[in-house]
Design a protein around this ligand. Sequence first.
Ligand code: PGA
Length: 256
Amino acid sequence: MRKPMIAGNWKMYKTAGQAVFLVQDLAMLVKDVKDVEILVCPPCIALKSVSTVIEVDKLRIKLGAQNVYWEEEGAFTGEISPVMLKDLRVDYVIAGHSERRHIFGETNEMVNKKLRAVLAHGMKSILCVGETLDEREEEKTADIIKEQIFEGLAGVSFEEMKDVVMAYEPVWAIGTGLTATPEQANDVIGDIRGLVGSLYNEEIAMDIRILYGGSVKPGNIAELMAEPEIDGALVGGASLNAESFAKIVKYEKVEE
Ligand code: PGA
């Protein structure tokens, strides 16, 4: 059985102080949840303070980073290395988020280097894939996703795949209020599982967790989680508020 995961990507929101309050509020609201892996990904400048709260208060919440550079150290002004993230007890690092791809020009090759660096340093990674609206309208979704997966996972060993989570995030659904229908998301996630099976094997395909991301809210999480292929969610906007994120973690049916 794949353990569901609900991950909050705080993007460039929350100062370090606000991040501490948010994780503490969230922890109180989800303290009884045991069967869902909960992850928060604060901005990198808040990682240390959130990591300390998680450790001192013994929270059952995992810590994620939104980005990383692939070298261990060196003259790379402004970058953060996997060694530095590991030192802060970061559990997961997101690789290939569509904002990194589209705003900051990250290629599949760069995403792959980041993913491999994260795994090589004993952390886990969430590899994000997804098509733009133009690509969907031109019926290129399958090709784009295949390329992102094949190039993104290049050189990742069978053994390392246990530390990889994937997220399907159609770019047109991120921060727009448009959500893929649960069926649309389930179909593409099923295809992603098939591609992982063709690259690795059936067991790895069945074990890997694949999340959906893009305008996930308390009002749509229950129907998304009811789909057999969807193992959780990567949540942006709705993870910035403890109450709404807690509702998503509990995937209660909420009328909006
Ligand atoms: P959203 O963002 O939930 O605000 O659409 C999702 C994401 O970018 O991971």
